[in-house]
Design a protein around this ligand. Sequence first.
Ligand code: ZN
Length: 490
Amino acid sequence: MSAAASNGFEPVIGLEVHAQLLTRTKQFCSCPTSFGAEPNTNVCPVCLGLPGALPVLNAEAVSMAVRTALALHCTIRERSIFARKNYFYPDLPKGYQISQFDLPFSEHGWLEIPDPASPEGTRRVGITRVHLEEDAGKNLHGVVLAEGRSVVDLNRAGTPLIEIVGEPELRSAADAVAYLKQLRDILVALGVNDGNLEEGSFRCDVNISVRPRGSSVLGTRVEIKNVNSFRHVQRAIEFETARLAAVVEAGERFGQHTRQWNDTEGSTVFLREKEGSDDYRYFPDPDLPPLVLESAWVEARRRELPELPADRRARLCSALKLSPYDAEVLTGHPRIAEFFDGVLATRPEDPVWAKRAANFVMTEVLADTRTHGLQASFPATPAQISAILELVDAGTLSGKQAKELYARVRGTPDDPASVAAAAGMVQMSDTALLEELCRKILESNPKQVAAYRGGKSGTLGFFVGHVMKETKGSANPAIVNELLRKLLAT
Ligand SMILES: [Zn+2]
């Protein structure tokens, strides 16, 4: 399907995200949530749905969910209700999922996505609601443990989830990806979710419809289930926008339904007719009392919120004059943000230091940094990087020498200043010596000297390069530049 098919139509997109909370135990029982145990070993009468077993709400999950809702600027409902969502599926032994329906614990929030078209550079996207629910088990079809058969693993049944429902205010695949990234960064910064789309702990359903550009009427929407990477979200939306536009343009009728993204084929396929909420026969769970969140307790959770990625980016861009790109890279993961703050700590308000630190961390340190979930392993400590940059700042080392020193120090607990001293690494700042070298280089390149004097000022770089080569990168570039200008002017 060509992009031309979607000309004249715009997509209307809203995302539903299910995020697993990083609690130690399940939502309504004390079974561990740890991943990778033998199938059906992290289970008990409550999460197996045995008759007579009673659920007890996990306080840690409530705390994480409330912090998330507050970070998303939601209003917290003082008294919310758990409801039973009834459906049959083999991975759901109770025959219903405990969720929240008409009275969720929070609603009416927003988050900001980058928007180059707006004067502020960002745009708010509404969050309809955040509610608490529990995960189902997992059906495994014909894989490792189930040669030729289907089996059910209930270890995941009852794992705490939050569902974050976004308003249909996204207008492109790029918007949707930006929204998802912001949301993931917030959850990860809060430490409530590991942000892993591929492993399914952060899952995204895409609701999408199309309408003629400029129209305010909403078209019939379809839902694309469980799209499990940012790239898949991008591709699925681009494909579905074009497909829906062609269908609508051809005047074909269709009902609300659920589709699935097939990345190999690069297309979506029909999965099933969409159930309406009536089909689930929601009713309040008689085994669970209302969830009451007192305002003093909620305010205490608000005070626990860390600096969020958007605020961190704003601080780096406005106070420290870093570019939005640098700020994005340095705040994208909470451990990287902490590491960078550690390097900034020496001079927290100095933009020159911040720029030097940003360049060094991004080009050198991040090349060897590995992240997994909320964890990250760094090749050096923030204190070591600060010490290297201090040597540059003091004029002791050139930029090139700083990189060499980093290569010697990384992976060791050694003090960079001692390593530099022991290796005799010192920037060459001896003016007399450098002047002699500059003179020699000018004498052996008369053509370039004539060109410079004839107005080709760019030739200066040629001479600087030669001096650097002669000194193996150790010459102080500021002094070399000054000397060459002086010599060429006479
Ligand atoms: Zn259990």
